[in-house]
Design a protein around this ligand. Structure first.
Ligand code: SF4
Length: 347
């Protein structure tokens, strides 16, 4: 059995019933596709139902006010997409006689419609032979065929589009496209793909080579940034200095201590040299912690806390606050600072 038969057979048994799958109306398919570019099926379904009920036809959509369209879109984010949809609806009503195009060639001319959406609408509504390549398709093909070309490179986009175009079922391209996307959404999922029950288990290269968590490859995968924080806990009698993090950065609006941030690790001697430059009074290092690793979603922090006894508390910046030890609990600190304060006495 070849690829197209296997994937269509799988679809016939396992696919989910979704309202936009029971229509060949290009307008309804367009609504569903644009909404699903914003969110997952489960979250997108109520939006699809809301839009198709409020605007049963493209004329209803075009006649609505932009404010109303945005109100219905509320919660999906990326509001320019909703505005573009509204403009497209008006264009179709004003310039195309309210006839939503079905052919790839006409669809690709419309604002906000690229290769993926034009392929989807033309294959679902007119059975035109255009292979869709979305995130699901990239994943399925890269795993089954063991392709490591980055999916976010122009070479990768071309390679996957060509492969999908070779594999597509020319008798039933709409069904084929639905099948491969659904397969990626519920069988060959990003995490924990269901390989044991997969019809491609005996031919899938990623499964054979234990590479399902490596493929597909992204060239510009978000790299983890490593930062080196040296917190200065300046102490005079029973007071210290804290500051509010107002910059656009991690922990916005929380409080922390005066900070030296370095792009690379520094020895304690190097930090003391930096302290000599920025602290205008004399100081005595009472203690310093070992670097503490603190992991955030896209950042790895190495944090050290320097307890420094000073004869005067000198404000470094106008956002700095002098607080007494008793009052420090009233301020919200990031977890790593909070942890430090919960196990170290400031006096
Ligand atoms: S065997 Fe696993 S990785 Fe390969 S296609 Fe099936 S679900 Fe995806």
């Amino acid at each position: 059995m070849d690829f197209k038969d296997k994937i269509i057979d799988w679809y016939r048994i396992y696919h989910r019933e979704l309202p936009w799958r029971n229509t060949t109306d290009p307008y309804k398919i367009w609504l569903s596709e644009i909404i699903l570019q914003q969110t997952r099926v489960k979250q997108g379904l109520p939006y699809y139902l809301k839009f198709s009920e409020a605007f049963p036809t493209i004329i209803d959509f075009a006649n609505a006010s932009e404010d109303y369209v945005l109100k219905l879109w509320e919660g999906l984010g990326y509001y320019s997409r909703a505005r573009n949809m509204h403009k497209t609806a008006n264009h179709i009503v004003d310039k195309l006689g309210a006839e939503f195009p079905k052919s790839y060639a006409d669809l690709i001319q419309l604002k906000g419609i690229g290769d993926y959406t034009a392929s989807a609408i033309s294959s679902f509504s007119a059975n035109e032979v255009h292979a869709v390549v979305d995130g699901n398709v990239f994943r399925v093909l890269s795993r089954i065929y063991g392709i490591s070309t980055p999916i976010d490179s122009s070479l990768g986009k071309k390679e996957f589009k060509n492969l999908a175009s070779e594999l597509i079922c020319s008798n039933n391209p709409g069904l084929f496209n639905q099948s491969i996307m659904e397969f990626g959404a519920i069988q060959c999922t990003p995490k924990n793909p269901k390989c044991e029950s997969c019809p491609f288990e005996d031919s899938c290269i990623a499964f054979a080579k234990n590479q399902t968590d490596v493929l597909p490859i992204k060239k510009n995968a978000i790299k983890q940034r490593t930062r080196y924080f040296e917190y200065l806990i300046l102490i005079n009698e029973n007071q210290t200095i804290i500051k509010k993090r107002t910059e656009k950065d991690i922990w916005q609006n929380l409080f922390d201590f005066p900070l030296i941030e370095n792009p690379s690790p520094k020895s304690e001697e190097q930090i003391i040299e930096q302290l000599n430059q920025i602290i205008t009074t004399s100081f005595k290092v009472a203690s310093v912690t070992a670097p503490i690793k603190h992991i955030l979603s896209h950042q790895k922090l190495w944090v050290r806390f320097w307890k420094l006894m000073v004869p005067d508390l000198v404000i470094f910046k106008n956002k700095d606050l002098i607080v007494s030890f008793e009052d420090i609990d009233e301020y919200a600190f990031p977890k790593v600072v909070d942890n430090y304060l919960s196990i170290h006495e400031l006096e």
